[in-house]
Design a protein around this ligand. Structure first.
Ligand code: SF4
Length: 414
């Protein structure tokens, strides 16, 4: 029995998994699927032809060194040690470092730069929170153990679980999470900013400034919601892409940060973005402590510059700024817009990943690696920024992402 294994799938990074042979206790169905996945990239390849690791790494280094401005993208499903080396490689090459947040929680980063964040940990959600809000997120489907382990039903030092909590869900449709709610508010799409602003007016004692209806909610409902928020001894607002990727983007996040700041004048509140991949936080934290920025980082002038919309992967590809790409632990072909994918098809692409995906089909060089959290250990950041050590529970002949990055760096600086 191997205890305290960290599940390396979603941002919950549940660290109470127990393995007996291939059976993992405490995994949710999504985590089970990750640990049971058998489909692998079997050998390194150059243009679809099987080659040795040395040949593939040599070819990858050659592509990167001859590129004027390579894009190094992905990183949210690997360990911090590999990400750190990736940032150094991007700097040495004068390339662009970007990560999966640039197509999900980047507005949260921008809003935090403007406003800061009243943050906390999932431990506070479990042990203290008596009012929990899920705004534009659906943990029942995206982070399946979140409600039982950290939020809705979790028992903590000062909470006895569901009976001690008021659970509020605000969304544009009745999601499975809404069925767990004490109060569900169905709002109109793209109205988050207006509703946050109306709630701030009520919390700050300016009810008269709020019109009769905002974003599909009656004024009475807004007052009721504001009063529930204020009634918390310890409140917590979780928000997801329903806030970051609707009209307003980072302005929505700034508005919810300000709402939580206002609530803190009356009681105690924290705010937590619901992050997707198990180390998407690390793919921002590591470059932040290496070079000062989280994503969209360009090194072409010999120092780090941050400019979202300019150095974010999609925009840099669409403009044709990058003449090679290295994709680590990600699948941009499945997620990027068509024009960005078309550009990827035209330039040399190196893929470093344990599993085949759509990016494998267009990659010139494919380097398979050990699966983080199963065959490779390392450090990750959970969605609340708490660092965790992920374990290796099986031996493998595949090299780790860190080993591949070390070899690439050695060849690049040679
Ligand atoms: S909730 Fe996420 S981290 Fe926890 S077991 Fe499920 S997939 Fe893994």
């Amino acid at each position: 029995m191997i205890k305290d294994v960290v599940c390396t799938f979603c941002g919950n990074a549940c660290d109470d998994i127990e393995f007996e042979g291939d059976y993992g206790r405490n995994l949710c169905p999504v985590g089970e699927a990750k640990f049971a996945r058998k489909e692998r990239i079997k050998t390194p390849m150059i243009n679809g032809k099987e080659v040795s690791y040395d040949e593939a790494i040599e070819k990858a280094a050659e592509i990167l060194k001859s590129s004027k401005r390579p894009l190094l993208y992905g990183w949210s499903s690997t360990v911090n040690e590999a990400i750190r080396l990736g940032v150094i490689i991007a700097e040495k090459l004068g390339g662009i470092y970007d990560q999966c947040s640039s197509v999900c929680h980047a507005p949260t980063t921008l809003a935090m730069i403007e406003q800061g964040i009243v943050g906390g940990t999932l431990g506070q959600a479990k042990n203290r929170a008596d009012v929990v809000v899920f705004w534009g997120c659906n943990p029942v489907e995206a982070h399946p153990r979140h409600p039982t382990r950290y939020s809705v039903m979790a028992r903590g030092f000062l909470t006895r679980g569901r009976s001690d909590r008021r659970v509020i869900v605000v969304d544009v449709r009745k999601t499975p999470t809404a069925y767990l709610a004490t109060d569900f508010y169905m709002i109109k799409p793209n109205s988050d900013f207006a509703i946050f602003t109306a709630l701030r007016s009520i919390v700050n004692g300016h009810e008269e400034a709020v019109p009769d209806r905002v974003g599909g909610l009656k004024k009475e409902e807004l007052i009721e919601l504001a009063k529930t928020l204020e009634s918390a001894k310890y409140g917590l607002v979780f928000f997801g892409l329903g806030v970051t990727h609707t009209r307003g983007h980072e302005r929505n996040v700034e508005a919810v940060i300000k709402l939580v700041q206002d609530l803190n004048k009356k009681t105690r509140y924290i705010l937590q973005p619901m992050r997707g991949h198990f180390n998407v936080v690390g793919s921002g934290e590591v470059p932040a402590w290496e070079v000062g920025f989280e994503y969209a980082i360009d090194f072409s002038r010999g120092y780090a510059r941050f400019s979202p919309g300019e150095f974010t992967a999609v925009e840099a590809l669409i403009r044709g700024d990058c003449d090679a790409a290295m994709i680590v632990a990600s699948d941009p072909v499945a997620h990027f817009p068509k024009k960005a994918v078309e550009r990827l098809k035209k330039i040399p692409v190196i893929q470093i990943d344990p599993h085949p995906n759509l990016t494998t089909k267009i990659a010139d060089v494919v380097i398979p690696t050990a699966i983080v959290g199963i065959e490779a250990e390392g450090t990750i950041y959970r969605m609340d920024g708490v660092p965790l050590r992920v374990k290796k529970i099986k031996d493998t002949n595949y090299p780790t992402d860190v080993e591949i990055m070390e070899k690439l760096l050695e060849k690049i600086v040679r």
